[in-house]
Design a protein around this ligand. Structure first.
Ligand code: NAG
Ligand code: NAG
Ligand code: NAG
Ligand code: NAG
Ligand code: NAG
Ligand code: NAG
Ligand code: NAG
Ligand code: NAG
Ligand code: NAG
Ligand code: NAG
Ligand code: NAG
Ligand code: NAG
Length: 740
């Protein structure tokens, strides 16, 4: 177990003259300055119109400057040339709005003008929504009340600044103060107009087994945009992007990061207008919005987080990692080392029963595995889950496989004492609570619980349909069967899977209601069972998002366990989410997805770069050389885990740019560093470049176990390590540095 800590070593250096508490937000009249240690965010109220105007988001500044000169003659004038904080519709701004409301009479014009503001220490929670949190010394919150007195609709913008992290969380709330329904058509949680800067966007793109591939696009005139219309964040994109200058690198230059704390459909846009200004928008996907707000009721947007770094893309990532571990994740496991697990799927698939599972758990225990996970196939009575065509929704243990239910079987598994330890083997189990097979008792009893649109066909994917988790009765069903399951046997871990996207819905806003329902369910279960280690999964990384990371400390990263493909996927995921939150396993070769054969050392090194390390193979099918190598790999994984969980992470060289990728973790106290170095393909010439390290104290001396020498931090960072690579593909090394 590793103690929680409040800030990274790198950030600690910035703390001399630190911004704290009440200094973080100042309001001079209605000129607002949000200050962090290395960042300022400025906006003000245009006193003539009452509109909010963006002034600055970037490095520290102290003054409000006049805006750029733009000729106001001709076609565009007025608001079209303002940098706006909360752009609404109509009123001479033709750019995309952050807020778009259809009023009862059908018009969609809004005029949200300043009324008042408040500053409070700390951060009020967002009822029913995942969000960052912190106490009065961690975070300060500014709320700005706006009102449209034509439509009688109010808006409250909320900005929370975390001074130690160069981070701002923003959300807004709409109140319908009129007498008729209104409909929210568009809601961007973060919206900001940047000046005419030359910027590129980094986002991640992918698919199943191919998540989180970094793409770089120029922010040109028009819209640079991407979205999910799949009901969840999905594998296709993630609700994250960075803006960087053309000279920003991994380790230097300005980077702005934006991330939505939301699990449903989303949209991200950078829109460059004719005047060069860049409008940044991140929020709900308008195709899945149309959220009705009756008179007297409110709409609360999800939260978006924005961070700023001058230490390049890597600095931006470390800011997210630190903020999310300290102020987003609320699991008690966030800063705890995770048990090494073995998952039954690759070994047994659906072909399971009490006998075969107890026997596999015995093999796992003999390898030193700490957590045995029973994957799919354990449930279904009338529709036994012997394959993926039936059973989802019927969460009763199958009596042919478990004649006496789960408890006696789980007691046998947890009765094993782990090799070289006095601890008992832990037990975990797989569920997919949001899904149902048409071949199930649940579906026959409740066909209306499934998301559908009238008489339209219900499109089946992987033989399954999606329950409408927006319905309170579905929420209670999931809470009920999960509570029964968790109290039926000593279960320490849950893998919560979700294997298809949402398609037909009765209204576009069903996705929004669904996600709120899902949060209610997960909030309830994680509060009831805080000692359970929860892992999210969605056909791999299909829901690796900040919303779920609020409740669950870890997420399965990808169904692709090929170590070469995984390196790209894991480094892409680390752009925004901490490696400590990733689940990564060694699987058998030839790899099931790519048919590639990669050494067990390389597979092990790639997997142990994640907070949750494990095996996903049948131990009896290991080759003799793999079995011989495994104890050392397990020992290395245990040694590195505390540093992965709470240390700082540096991407030294990327697999898509270098044949010799590398990453580095530095322990929270700076005394130890673990360097992972890889050679993808054997080469005769040229020589591998030196692997230049990062994040060390330049004047301190560190011993390394590559050549057993001691060098200064400056030497490691400026000259680097020369690694003698063998002449074969897929070689890897784990190198330890110890501060003297
Ligand atoms: C707000 O900033 C403007 C400059 O943009 C300045 O003219 C004005 O005096 C400031 N108001 C207050 C109350 O500080
Ligand atoms: C606020 O939380 C931090 C940890 O994030 C803790 O060190 C500090 O003592 C807390 N302060 C107060 C006033 O509760
Ligand atoms: C709305 O407010 C503005 C200024 O705050 C005022 O000039 C205008 O008369 C108001 N309009 C209505 C319809 O009350
Ligand atoms: C909401 O409407 C009521 C009744 O018209 C009015 O008294 C109140 O001031 C309005 N609220 C705001 C924030 O303007
Ligand atoms: C359990 O499964 C194994 C392997 O498929 C099989 O040999 C065995 O007969 C099964 N046992 C029971 C009690 O069904
Ligand atoms: C799936 O399992 C059920 C129950 O054992 C069996 O009847 C059915 O034939 C299987 N279907 C497929 C496609 O294997
Ligand atoms: C647990 O293991 C002990 C020692 O091997 C054995 O005596 C006992 O019966 C086992 N209990 C269960 C529930 O399997
Ligand atoms: C129901 O299960 C049967 C047997 O496995 C399968 O052939 C059929 O396709 C399933 N029906 C649906 C709708 O998945
Ligand atoms: C969880 O939900 C159940 C059923 O709705 C309720 O009785 C219970 O109080 C809830 N518990 C928590 C911790 O939210
Ligand atoms: C991987 O190894 C297997 C078994 O040793 C062999 O049959 C297969 O050809 C190898 N595949 C590749 C792509 O090298
Ligand atoms: C267990 O301990 C033995 C004897 O000390 C050692 O040889 C072996 O490598 C250890 N295995 C693991 C997985 O730690
Ligand atoms: C470094 O020291 C270790 C342990 O003392 C030893 O096993 C290893 O061979 C040494 N490596 C080199 C390159 O000298």
């Amino acid at each position: 177990m590793v103690g929680a800590r409040t800030r990274s070593v790198a950030l600690a250096a910035l703390l001399a003259g630190a911004v704290v508490g009440q200094d973080a937000i100042t309001a001079s009249g209605t000129n607002f300055t949000l200050a962090a240690n290395g960042m300022s965010y400025l906006f003000h109220v245009d006193t003539e119109s009452g509109d909010l105007v963006s002034d600055h988001f970037g490095g520290p500044t102290t003054d409000f400057l006049p805006p750029a000169y733009i000729s106001s003659s001709g076609w565009h004038d007025n608001l079209a040339n303002y940098r706006r904080e909360f752009p609404d519709v109509g009123r001479s701004d033709p750019r995309l709005p952050a807020i778009h409301i259809e009023h009862a009479d059908g018009d969609t014009v809004s005029a949200f003008l300043y009324r008042s503001h408040d500053v409070v220490q700390g951060k009020p929670s967002l009822p029913g929504l995942p969000a960052t949190y912190g106490n009065a010394s961690d975070v300060t919150t500014l709320t700005v009340q706006l009102y449209d007195n034509v439509s009688d609709v109010g808006a409250v913008l909320s900005y929370s600044v975390f001074p130690q992290y160069n981070a701002i969380a923003r959300s807004f709330k709409i109140t319908n103060n009129g007498t008729s329904n209104i409909s929210i058509e568009r809601a961007a949680s973060f919206s900001l107009d940047l000046p005419n800067l030359d910027l590129n966007m980094i986002e991640v793109q992918g698919d199943w087994a191919h998540e989180f591939n970094r793409v770089l696009r120029k922010i040109d005139f028009g819209e640079t945009t991407f979205r999910s219309t799949e009901g969840y964040a999905s594998h296709t994109h993630n609700p994250f992007f960075a803006l960087v200058t053309p000279t920003t690198t991994e380790s230097s230059g300005e980077a702005w990061g934006f991330n939505l704390v939301w699990t449903g459909s989303f949209e991200a846009t950078a829109q460059r207008f004719s005047n060069g200004y860049i409008r940044v928008l991140l929020g709900l996907n308008p195709l899945h919005t149309s959220i009705r707000v009756p008179p007297g009721e409110q709409f609360q947007s999800p939260e978006a987080v924005a961070v700023y770094s001058t230490e390049g893309v890597g600095g931006m990532s470390r800011t997210f990692h630190d903020l999310y571990r300290n102020h987003l994740s609320r699991s008690q496991y966030t800063f705890q080392t995770r048990p090494i697990l073995l998952n039954s799927w690759e070994g047994l698939g659906f072909n399971i029963n009490e006998t075969s599972l107890v026997s596999l758990a015995g093999e796992a225990e003999e390898l030193g595995i700490q957590l045995f996970v029973n994957d799919d196939g354990w449930f279904g009575v009338e529709y036994p889950r012997d394959n993926d065509t039936m059973g989802l929704g019927d969460w009763t243990p199958n009596p042919a496989k478990f004649p006496d239910g789960l408890d006696p079987y789980v007691e046998q598994v947890t009765n094993y004492t782990i090799l070289n330890s006095t601890s008992k083997l832990q037990f975990g189990i797989w569920v997919e609570p949001e899904m149902v097979n048409p071949n199930s008792t649940l579906y026959h009893e409740h066909p209306d619980w499934v998301l559908h649109a009238g008489k339209h066909a219900r499109s089946v994917t992987r033989n399954q349909l999606v329950l409408n988790v927006g319905l309170p009765e579905v929420q209670d069903f999931i809470i009920g069967f999960m509570s029964n399951l968790l109290s039926s046997a000593p279960i320490s871990y849950i893998k919560w899977d979700n294997n298809r996207a949402i398609h037909e819905m009765s209204r576009p806003s069903d996705d929004y209601t669904y996600i709120l329902g899902l949060y209610r369910v997960i909030d309830n279960l994680t509060m009831q069972y805080p000692n359970v280690l929860w892992e999210g999964c969605a056909s791999g990384g299909g829901r690796f998002d900040a919303g779920l990371l609020h409740y669950w400390p870890q997420h399965w990263t990808s169904d692709n366990t090929d170590a070469s493909a995984r390196l790209t996927i894991q480094l892409g995921t680390s752009l925004v989410y901490p490696p400590s939150a990733m689940g990564c396993h060694i699987s058998a070769i030839p790899n099931g997805n790519t048919h590639r054969n990669i050494t067990i050392e390389y597979r092990g090194h790639v997997a142990m770069m994640c907070g949750s390390f494990g095996l996903e193979l049948n131990p009896s099918e290991l080759s003799a050389s793999e079995a011989d190598a495994l104890p050392a790999i397990m020992a290395a994984a245990k040694r590195v885990n505390p540093i992965v969980i709470s240390g700082d992470f540096y991407r030294l060289a990327l697999p898509d740019n270098s044949n010799w990728p590398g990453v580095q973790f530095i322990s929270a106290d700076g005394t130890e560093s673990a360097v992972f170095a890889y050679q993808q393909f054997a080469t005769l010439k040229p020589a591998a470049p030196p692997l230049r390290l990062a994040g060390l104290d330049p004047s301190a001396r560190y011993t390394n176990d590559l050549d057993n020498a001691t060098y200064s931090g400056a030497t490691y960072m400026n000259a680097g390590l020369n690694i003698a690579w063998l002449g074969s593909d897929y070689q890897s090394k784990l190198i330890w540095l110890t501060k003297q």
